[in-house]
Design a protein around this ligand. Structure first.
Ligand SMILES: CC(=O)SCCNC(=O)CCNC(=O)[C@H](O)C(C)(C)COP(=O)(O)OP(=O)(O)OC[C@H]1O[C@@H](n2cnc3c(N)ncnc32)[C@H](O)[C@@H]1OP(=O)(O)O
Ligand SMILES: O=CC(=O)O
Ligand SMILES: [Mg+2]
Length: 546
């Protein structure tokens, strides 16, 4: 490895500019690391841009009325008899994975938590301020080296990694759509994905490989096998450049977009030398369903609280994922229940834990090989459920050949309502989440639910879609306008009242990032009234981020 690494450039070429400064930056952005990132950008950014253009073209077809479907040109892949490369020992038993943002306290708490794996998240739960990016990379470098410590500024409480901790580290970089604006090559922003994954691999691959621990990654928000092939090329290039054996870096792909659900076999196939499994990223999946069908009046979803995993279209997606994975020798990971522990109210707390337990029972009994938790106190709940139902390290042997999911099942409209509370809650969640995100915090508890970029996107996309089919439905033809369940028409004035009444509604509550609420209100107003549903709320919000 050392020999290969010596052939790396040690300085970036003159086209690369780092346009910000943060504590720890010198340690993370060494000249050799920057040269490595520049190499990734020059080689792969044109392909990334082409894949993003493909997304826009496909969405234009959905907007025009086309429905997602299984591809005709990849039938041979779906029908062929092949499996993915063997899954390494460290990833054989993933029954409980904790996820969380990458600040040093979270990293220490997660790695000490006793979960089988920790997904260190630069994506849905991290607000990508420059300081968060640098601190997160620095924390992970120290965690891999085994010497991460942190002292809480207010209390002086000390945190350090338990040397006996055995939790496997998996890193989730940002998705292909996000840029890292603070690093530019020839005036173009770097990809957030290449920045996050590339930097982590550059600094930690050798140490992790020596320990038989990867590096391992979760890959978010893919929409097609071509995007998977791009990741495969990036990972292969990194392995060659860093002198790692081919296939050392293992990935788990989140199936969290509707188009990707139609290409699960194809995604596994594109990454077959290095994929360990697929994961049901349910929150982004619901968001993607909304976005894909933003202009389809017959597939408007009920309010967020009514769209649970037992809705037929979600049940079909999770069962198809299990069947597809197990047929190919890959693990089928479950997802995240949004409930978190409720301090100071034992009855409500038991209820929240019971809801998480029921969600995990559904996953284990359906055949998932493991699941996610958002909080350390949920680890025993998930572990107990999987231990009781999964005696081996996984349940790859459960083929689920009984599952027969077709296009209609994946697209089936949901039954439910939109209540005034559901409408107002969406407005509140969006504003409070955006305020926290703009303030540098990408994951917050709101009404005892975990809210991150994916859960907030559902609320935001619903508001756009409801107004679109409420206020402007007459422009689109014969269907009736949308109403709340009490008969109130959904229109701009309903939204304006909820939005403008929010500061009064929040008054007296201890709301995170209260100083950013006005800015968040203004941003949500703009996102919701846009003629076209903006692709991601984080794209507009990122332009305002320090
Ligand atoms: C849709 C998706 O993408 S899901 C994946 C992305 N989302 C996530 O990863 C959610 C991560 N979870 C979190 O960020 C947090 O649990 C929150 C924001 C929801 C709640 O956090 P808090 O309000 O701090 O919870 P709480 O006060 O109960 O925390 C108690 C302790 O557990 C720690 N803790 C809470 N969640 C986590 C976590 N996920 N990982 C590690 N430690 C955690 C807290 O830091 C705190 O530690 P301390 O006692 O040393 O101070
Ligand atoms: O990333 C996970 C999701 O549910 O979204
Ligand atoms: Mg997600």
């Amino acid at each position: 490895m050392a020999d290969a690494a010596r052939t790396l450039p040690t300085e970036p070429a003159s086209g690369l500019v780092v346009a910000a400064d943060a504590a720890g930056q010198q340690e993370v952005l060494t000249p050799a690391a920057l040269a490595f990132l520049e190499g990734l950008h020059r080689r792969f950014d044109p392909v990334r841009q082409a894949r993003l253009a493909d997304r826009r073209a496909r969405q234009a077809r959905f907007d025009a009325g086309e429905l997602p479907d299984f591809r005709a040109d990849t039938r041979a892949i779906r029908e062929g008899d092949w499996t993915v490369a063997p899954v390494p020992a460290a990833l054989q038993d993933r029954r409980v994975e904790i996820t969380g943002p990458v600040d040093p306290k979270m990293v220490i708490n997660a790695l000490n938590s006793g979960a089988n794996c920790y997904m260190a998240d630069f994506e849905d739960s991290t607000s990508p301020t420059w300081a968060n990016q640098i601190t997160g990379q620095q924390a992970l470098i120290r965690a891999v080296a085994g010497d991460l410590e942190w002292t809480a500024p207010g209390t002086g409480r000390q945190y350090r990694l338990d040397p006996a901790a055995n939790t496997v580290l998996i890193v989730r970089p940002r998705g292909w759509h996000l840029d890292e604006k603070h690093v530019q090559v020839d005036g173009q922003r770097l990809s957030g994905s290449l920045f996050d994954l590339g930097l982590f691999a550059f600094h930690n691959a050798a140490a992790l490989h020596a320990r038989g621990r990867g590096p391992y990654f979760y890959l978010p928000k893919l929409q097609s096998m071509e995007e998977a092939a791009l990741w495969d090329a990036v990972l292969g290039h990194i392995e060659t450049t860093l002198g790692l054996p081919v296939g050392t870096m293992k990935v788990t792909v989140l199936i969290e977009t509707l188009p990707a659900a139609f290409e699960m076999d194809e995604i596994l196939h594109a990454l077959r030398g290095r994929i360990a499994g697929l994961n049901c990223g349910r929150w982004d999946y619901i968001f993607s369903y909304l976005k894909t069908f933003r202009r389809h009046r017959d597939r408007v979803l009920p309010e967020r609280g009514q769209v649970g995993m037992t809705q037929p279209f979600l049940k079909a997606y999770s069962e198809l994922l299990i069947r597809t994975c197990h047929r190919r020798g890959a693990h089928a990971m479950g997802g995240m229940a949004a409930q978190i522990p409720i301090a100071g109210d034992p009855v409500a707390n038991n209820e929240a834990l019971e809801r998480v337990r029921r969600d995990k029972v559904r996953e284990a009994e359906a055949g998932h090989d493991g699941t996610w938790v958002a909080h350390p106190a949920l680890i025993p709940v998930a572990r107990e459920v999987f231990d009781a139902r999964m005696p081996g390290p996984n349940q790859l042997q459960r083929r689920r050949d009984d599952v027969a999911v077709d296009r209609d099942a994946l697209l089936r409209p949901s039954i439910g309502t939109i209540t005034r509370k559901g409408f107002d809650d969406n407005v509140e969640v969006c504003v409070r989440y955006l305020a926290a995100w703009l303030d540098g915090n990408g994951c917050v508890p709101i009404h005892w639910l975990m809210e991150d970029a994916a859960t907030a996107e559902i609320a935001r996309a619903q508001l756009w879609q409801w107004l679109h089919w409420g206020e402007r439905c007459g422009d689109h033809g014969e269907r009736p306008c949308l109403h709340l369940d009490d008969g109130t028409p959904i229109d701009g004035s309903l939204f304006d009242r909820a939005l403008l009444g929010l500061p009064a509604r929040l008054a007296g509550q201890n709301v995170a990032a209260a100083g950013r609420i006005a800015e968040a209100i203004e941003l949500l107003d703009r996102l919701t009234h846009a003629d076209d549903m903006p692709e991601f709320l984080t794209l507009a919000a990122y332009e305002r981020l320090a």
